[in-house]
Ligand binder design. Structure first.
Ligand SMILES: [Mg+2]
Length: 160
């Protein structure tokens, strides 16, 4: 496979957003669960909320989630002051392309940030947008099975 992300960082805070801005990026697609919000919690951690608010000064923020639970997504929308797209069907790129077209941007303007190689990073690779893989926001609290599944999925990342 060819899933090496452009950047692979531990935490959202480790991403060099000013560098992204300098290189002309203006749209940040964020995965939701385990990337910017603990999975199925429906609430941002205060530090993440602060970071997202700060980033909105320089970027269009969009959540691109594969989650299909309407009540959950409604709750997330109430907590968010940016667009939250559910049922995105990543690694399919259609929803991402539609959104970029809608706001008059191209793949060159965009970055995708997520915790999963096979959905988030593959979607970004297929769309030719910059890809950033982050560790799960709740990495330290996950059980062994989840951690093992994450480890297995990361075997799809091939480093030269
Ligand atoms: Mg996720």
């Amino acid at each position: 496979m060819f899933l090496k992300p452009d950047y692979n960082v531990e935490k959202l805070e480790d991403i060099d957003f000013s560098k992204l801005k300098e290189s002309g990026k203006s749209v940040l697609f964020f995965d939701l669960d385990s990337t910017i919000m603990p999975s199925n919690s429906g609430a941002y951690l205060p530090k993440t909320k602060k970071l997202l608010d700060e980033l909105q000064k320089d970027f269009t923020i969009v959540v691109l989630s594969n989650n299909t639970k309407q009540s959950y997504i409604d709750k997330v929308r109430l907590e968010s002051n940016f667009e939250v797209i559910s049922n995105a069907k990543k690694p399919d790129t259609k929803v991402m392309f539609e959104y970029l077209k809608k706001i008059g941007k191209t793949v060159n303007d965009a970055v995708i940030i997520g915790d999963r190689p096979l959905t988030d990073i593959l979607c970004g690779k297929r769309a030719c947008v910059t890809t950033i893989l982050v560790d799960s926001i709740t990495k330290d609290k996950e059980n062994r099975i989840v951690r093992f599944a994450r480890w297995l999925e990361r075997l799809t990342i091939i480093y030269k």
